[in-house]
Design a protein. Structure first.
Length: 75
């Protein structure tokens, strides 16, 4: 690859599907069997753990983008 900066810029766009997947796992217990999940705390914590994994991966991929292109002038 000729320009590694461009590769990292494209790779940083993987953050959006991962953040959406993390949001899905956060909301999943509320739309499936909420009372059954809250009665079984272990099942809820498994879903929350999946959400934290995908949200963490999404946030970490956001650091790959070129900050000179994505930030505002004042910052």
């Amino acid at each position: 690859m000729k320009d590694p900066k461009r590769f990292f810029q494209f790779a940083s766009y993987l953050q959006y599907p991962l953040l959406l997947l993390g949001l899905f796992y956060c909301c999943r217990p509320f739309f499936t069997d909420f009372y059954g999940v809250m009665a079984n705390l272990d099942a809820y914590l498994v879903e929350l753990n999946k959400a934290f994994v995908f949200l963490g991966l999404g946030v970490s991929l956001s650091t790959l983008q070129d900050t000179t292109k994505v930030q505002n002038k004042p910052s």
